[in-house]
Structure formats: structure tokens, C-alpha cells
Design a protein around this ligand. Structure first.
Ligand code: PEP
Ligand code: MG
Length: 323
């Protein structure tokens, strides 16, 4: 299917109104990397680092991880790769971790919460990332930040590890960019300082949506009950866009919805300028963006909202059908 969009590979996702949307891909395996060139993505907006931990019988070694991350950066050939530190717990349980038997694992001991409690593992992963990125830019993204103090603590650990590498006389990455995944509603209301501390922020829409509607993303019975195109949720996304614009921090959206045509165009109309999706979605989303005016869609969305529409799926779908 990707071949249908092959001629678009080198072209930007620029709408007819002149707005350009940056399209990035999500990845998690070395085997995903060839898609970077194949899809024409501008970089990896989310590199999930869980798989190297999930497929081993014990915690991987630093040297082994550094070699993998370095290989990922080699394959990206200068395009940015946003590495997300370990997001385990919840649906991703390590075979060598003591089962936690939590009633609500998605809201339990996971991601940065584990990282800050088991600092040795987080430090080891950060060391591996720093070593892998010697001489090139390093993007590190912390998952599931629910309070500014967690971001500050993780940030501090990263700075300590960078200082340590320097002290040891090792060569360093050429640049460090630090970001947070925004996947809990609390962070939409975080102090301005949080936004200012981030070089970039990525909305983890899968988690953000499950917590916004209090609907388990793994539970088939409730999963589809709440729509991303619900105006309440879109208004919430718009608030994040405003907060990031105010703090001049780069924002992307990296949940599954970023790769869905109606949702992707709507996010663009609300002001998102970077979307990260599975590689196979890049061609179709780019094709669509290049054929429409995002400014026109924005006007349509604004008038629908003003008239009291509570879900924009029909509005946007019908508008698309006319174009
Ligand atoms: C998300 O929550 O939207 C996300 C991108 O992270 P994951 O799906 O790995 O939780
Ligand atoms: Mg998530």
C-alpha cells in the first residue's frame, strides 16, 4: 500500500493554504528503521524502548543497549530520533519483574514511576543513550509524567549522567534535547515552568484519552465508547497547543489517532504542526493534507463548535467528502 504514495516520499505535507505539517514515525525495533526512508518520515517521533527489555530473560546490559541505540541512530542517517525511556508496567510487564498484582495497572507502578524508584535501570538506560549518541544530537523523552516534580527528577538524573560521562573523559552527544510525554490530564494544568523546561512535548494520545474519559484502552467494552472527535477532548488538546505555543515548546501528537485521516486533519486544524504515526499511515495522511486547506477546515470546525456540535466526526468527514 505504501508504494501508492511513493512519489510523495520526498515532498512535504503542505496543505493548499500553505501550512506544513511535519510527519514523523513511531518505532520500537531495529526492523522498523528501513521504513524511515521508505515512508518519507522526517524522523522518529517516538522510539519505544520497551521491546529490548521485554524480549530478554534479564535486564539488558548497557553495552548491548548502546549498540542497539547507536545502530538506530546510524539507520536514521541524521534524522532525529526521540527515544522514550522505559515505559513498563501497565500492559507491558517484564518477564523478570515481580508481578505487582495491581488492580489498575494502567494507573499503577509504571513508566517514569518505576524509573524514579529503580534509578539504576533508568541511569543505565540513559548512559546507553548518551554513549550511542556520541557526536550527534540526542533526544530523550520521559514517559507518563504526571507531576512537574517527576520531570524535574528525571531531568536531573539525565544531567547527572551527562556530567558523569564528561568527567570520565568520554566523548559527548553534540546536543541534548529533553522532552516529556503528555499523557495525563494533570499536565495540561501544570505550572508554566514545566512547559518552559521541556525542549519538546509529545502528546501520548492513547493514554491521555483513556484518562480523559476514564475508559480503559484495553477494554473492548468501553474502548470505543468515547470518540477522539468529541469536542470536549478536542478542546482539551487545543489547550495543550496553546500552552505549548505560549512557552514556545515544540509539540507533537504520537498516539494512534495521529495516523487516522479525520483525526490527523482535525489536529492540524487545531494547530498541531507535528504528528507521529505508524509508518504505513504517513503516505495516506500526507496525500490528504496536500489536497486540502487546513485553514478552511479550521473555519468549518469553529463554526460547528459555535453552533453547539458536540462531536466533530460528521462535520469533518462530510467536509472531506466534498474535497
Ligand atoms: C500513547 O499513550 O499514546 C503512546 C504513544 O504511548 P503508548 O501507546 O506506548 O502508551
Ligand atoms: Mg502512553
Amino acid at each position: 500500500a505504501q508504494n501508492r504514495y511513493a512519489d510523495l516520499r520526498g515532498l512535504p505535507a503542505t496543505a493548499t493554504c500553505g501550512t506544513t505539517i511535519q510527519l514523523y514515525m513511531n518505532a520500537g525495533l531495529m526492523a522498523d528503521l528501513p521504513s524511515l526512508a521508505g515512508s518519507g518520515a522526517e524522523g522518529v517521533g517516538l522510539f519505544r524502548t520497551e521491546l529490548q527489555f521485554l524480549t530478554r530473560s534479564k535486564v539488558p546490559r548497557r553495552a548491548e543497549l548502546a549498540a542497539i541505540y547507536s545502530h538506530v541512530l546510524d539507520s536514521a542517517a541524521g534524522k532525529p530520533v526521540m527515544f522514550r525511556t522505559l515505559d513498563i508496567g501497565s500492559d507491558k510487564v517484564l518477564p523478570y519483574m515481580k508481578p505487582q498484582d495491581e488492580p489498575n495497572p494502567a494507573m499503577g507502578w509504571r513508566a517514569i514511576r518505576v524509573g524514579l524508584d529503580k534509578r539504576g535501570v533508568l541511569r543505565m538506560q540513559l548512559q546507553a543513550l548518551i554513549r550511542a549518541a556520541v557526536g550527534r544530537p540526542l533526544y530523550v523523552m520521559f514517559p507518563f509524567i504526571a507531576d512537574i516534580s517527576e520531570y524535574e527528577a528525571a531531568y536531573k538524573i539525565l544531567m547527572e549522567e551527562l556530567a558523569r560521562e564528561k568527567r570520565l573523559g568520554h566523548a559527548m552527544p553534540s546536543d541534548i534535547r529533553v522532552g516529556a510525554m503528555l499523557e495525563t490530564p494533570s499536565m495540561v494544568f501544570a505550572p508554566k515552568r514545566f512547559y518552559e523546561m521541556c525542549d519538546f512535548i509529545s502528546i501520548g494520545g492513547n493514554d491521555l484519552k483513556q484518562f480523559f474519559f476514564a475508559a480503559d484502552r484495553e477494554n473492548e467494552r468501553v474502548r470505543r465508547r468515547y470518540d477522539t472527535m468529541n469536542v470536549a477532548f478536542l478542546d482539551f488538546i487545543e489547550q495543550i497547543i496553546h500552552r505549548c505555543d505560549d512557552a514556545r515548546v515544540a509539540l507533537s501528537f504520537c498516539g494512534e489517532d495521529a495516523g487516522r485521516p479525520v483525526e490527523a486533519l482535525t489536529f492540524a486544524a487545531l494547530g498541531l504542526r507535528r504528528l507521529s504515526m505508524r509508518p504505513a499511515s504517513i503516505g495516506p495522511v500526507k496525500h490528504l493534507i496536500r489536497r486540502v486547506s487546513i485553514a478552511d477546515l479550521r473555519a468549518v470546525i469553529d463554526s460547528a463548535r459555535a453552533s453547539g456540535v458536540t462531536n466533530l466526526r460528521r462535520t469533518v468527514t462530510e467536509w472531506l467528502a466534498q474535497h
